[in-house]
Write a protein of this length. Structure first.
Lengths: 476, 215
């Protein structure tokens, strides 16, 4: 009999019931909650007269709507200027109180983007099933957890039953072999994978990221990689537990200690695919071939190495591709054949659940050090992923480097990744962004998003247009 | 949930691949704490010429005359014809809420994104997967025929065109049953409470570090 994949092991360990029709009841260990996708779920519980099944499985934190300007932030929930946003953040607090759920409030140092907060506090641990009403919940798979986004009906379902009705996914292993070259990061790896398999390439699959280059990544890098699984169509992405995972988890506030730690660690070390495990599909990339990536279009699969040129409509094979490239070029205001490095930037955003961890801030600061943001860049903002990341960066003096270079240094939140708060692009503006989606209007109506790594974003801010970070110098 | 059995409805186009949930319902409308009222803002950025806000009076806003859902011939449509990977991106259930609030009851496409696909079933919205070539035929026929209606029979798992062509589709048996009967998932799962409790006790004994930590 063939061995088991990491996903098989995580699935089987949480199986409450497997039905004849192939659907299964899966137990959920951790449910993370934020203000945007939860109010209707709590309302559903209220209407049906139901209570949460297990309160200690839940942890809530507001992130999508929170202001990132220090002055507005200082006023707490009551200080949020946008009345609709304020009501939503307030409603989260009210619901958590009514249903006895622990909430990290807006100006607590632990507050931040839910996918940064989970691993950082130890609320997310290896071997868990983790869900949240947010598609980037795949991030938590970096710890060797089975983690994925759910809709609001499922948020209500998990609250009420601690379970989800699911059907097992197929197994896809993406191996990145060899070593990344200097200046190339987990973000470039994620974009290169999406460029290879497409935005629907992972649909129906659970992805395991493996191979020498993945194992060489830090936990922060693995989170960046797993975060973008959903941009490849896969609800979940994961990385096997190894020493890097164990070292990261140790000492986190919600992680076990003492004898429980030893027991947990012994179990966590079994969380990897068996040598003879069979995958339904396997994709292999060579790390040496991956260059810094830049998206040019309106889907994450519209991505190219920084030294390439924007594609032409005529170069497309079929009518559907021709029309989507034509539409993307028009929306992005680009000419087919134009060099990526000729794209000028109006704004730069360094942040989001993809790239707002300490390593990302360090990467940006190393490029910014002793330099100035170009005159044509209206705004370059750095939004740390949590209060803890912000405090750590400030201890290292990174904020001073960034501020001296002309970057803004903000309070933690989702910010311009999806522009639900005041941070957004104007129509027609080009933005070098470390976030995860370059969809039309995502960062503001008419806004033009180019997805890049933090180093590439910082270098673009300094140069005023895209440049190859590897030729830019100044890396740490 | 509203049950879904048979539908004979007018079809309308969303003729491009990778339609994401940001396009289906833009972020500014996600600030609502309600489940209803998203229909007027479905495809907001494509449908209107100005920038919509949650407090906008949509009846006073300038419509984009080039957007098919604004065409007279597609008014009252209940079936959306779409291309591959429909509903990709954000997990927001506001997307199916907006589609159903507008009046759609089924979407036909060559493929759907996983989370969106699952969210549809929770809201009585049927996602029908047909072969890309078949979807192209339906698009062509729809463009050529004003008042183009399709008949969808969930029990039989068929889509029938006005000329009588019948296309079969696959659907998960459990989801089909829930949709046919309009069943509430949570109520069904709670019937399994003893099994959940038994699992939980076993799991607590095996992994005590997962319990009673956040309090």
């Amino acid at each position: 009999m063939a061995g088991k994949t990491l996903y098989d092991k995580l699935w089987e360990s949480h199986l409450v019931e497997l039905r004849d029709d192939g659907t299964a009841l899966i137990y959920i260990d951790r449910h993370l909650i934020h203000e945007v996708t939860s109010p209707q779920a709590f309302e559903g519980l209220r209407l049906a007269g139901r209570r949460p099944w297990r309160r200690d499985a839940n942890l809530a934190v507001p992130d999508h709507n929170v202001p990132t300007e220090a002055s507005e932030r200082a006023g707490g929930v009551a200080g949020i200027v946008d009345a609709v946003s304020r009501l939503q953040v307030q409603t989260l607090g009210d619901n958590c109180q009514a249903f006895d759920i622990v909430e990290i409030p807006i100006n607590d140092i632990r507050q931040g983007i839910v996918h940064v907060v989970g691993p950082e506090t130890g609320a997310t641990l290896p071997g868990m099933t983790v869900v949240c009403g947010d598609s980037h919940t795949s991030t938590h798979g970096a710890l060797g957890a089975l983690a994925h986004g759910i809709g609001t009906s499922e948020v209500e379902h998990v609250l009420a039953t601690q379970c989800l009705i699911q059907r097992k996914m197929k197994n896809l292993r993406v191996r990145v072999e060899g070593q990344l070259t200097p200046g190339v990061t987990a973000k470039d790896m994620a974009l290169a994978i999406i460029g290879t398999i497409g935005t629907a390439g992972g649909t129906g699959f659970a992805i395991e990221f493996a191979g020498e280059a993945v194992q060489a990544l830090s936990m922060e890098g693995r989170m960046t990689l797993c975060n973008m699984s959903i941009e490849a169509g896969a609800r979940m992405g994961m990385v096997a537990v190894d020493q890097v995972t164990i070292d990261y988890v140790k000492g986190r506030p919600y992680a076990p200690s003492g004898a429980l730690w030893d027991q947990a660690e012994a179990y966590w070390r079994t969380l990897h695919s068996d040598a003879d495990a069979v995958f339904d599909r396997e994709v292999v990339l060579m790390a040496e071939d991956i260059k810094p990536q830049v998206t040019w279009g309106t889907s994450p699969e519209m991505v190219l190495p920084v030294d390439a040129s924007v594609p032409t409509v005529d170069g497309q094979a079929d009518e559907v591709s021709k029309s989507s490239v034509k539409r993307a070029l028009e929306y992005m205001g680009l000419q087919g054949g134009q060099a990526i490095t000729d794209i000028k930037l109006d704004r730069v955003f360094i942040g989001s659940c993809t790239n707002s961890r300490i390593e990302d801030i360090r990467e940006a600061a190393a490029i910014a050090k002793g330099r100035k943001v170009a005159a044509n860049v209206i705004q370059a903002m750095v939004v740390p992923g949590s209060g803890e990341v912000k405090a750590q960066a400030e201890r290292e003096g990174l904020h001073t480097i960034l501020l001296e270079a002309g970057f803004e240094w903000r309070e933690p939140g989702c910010s311009m990744c999806l522009a639900m708060n005041a941070d957004k692009l104007g129509s027609g503006e080009h933005c070098a962004s470390t976030s995860n989606r370059n969809f039309e209007g995502r960062q503001g109506i008419g806004g033009r998003t180019h997805l890049v790594s933090p180093g590439m974003a910082a270098a673009a801010a300094i140069a005023g247009h895209f440049v190859d970070v590897r030729e830019f110098g100044g890396r740490a | 949930m509203k049950p879904f059995g048979e539908l004979n409805g007018l079809a309308a186009p969303m003729d491009r691949a990778n339609v994401d949930t940001d396009v289906i319902i833009p972020k500014q409308f996600l600030k609502s704490i309600k489940r209803s009222g998203f229909g007027p803002n479905l495809f907001d950025e494509l449908r209107y010429l100005d920038e919509g806000q949650p407090d906008s009076d949509n009846s006073q806003r300038p419509l984009n005359a080039d957007f098919p859902l604004n065409f007279e011939r597609y008014q009252g449509a209940e079936i959306l014809l779409a291309r591959s990977n429909f509903g990709c991106g954000s997990s927001r259930e506001h997307a199916p809420w907006a589609l159903t609030d507008y009046g759609f009851r089924a979407i036909i496409a060559p493929s759907f994104a996983d989370i969106f696909h699952s969210n549809c079933f929770k809201n009585g919205l049927l996602p029908v997967v047909l072969d890309a070539d078949v979807v192209s035929i339906l698009f062509d026929e729809m463009y050529a025929t004003e008042g183009y209606r399709l008949a969808i029979d969930l029990q039989a798992q068929t889509v029938t065109t006005p000329s009588g062509s019948v296309y079969e589709f696959e659907v998960d048996a459990f989801r089909k049953d829930c949709l046919l009967k309009g069943l509430d998932d949570i109520g069904l799962t709670l019937e399994q409470s003893p099994a959940i409790r038994a699992f939980e006790e076993k799991w607590r004994a095996a992994s005590p570090w997962l319990f009673d930590v956040i309090k």
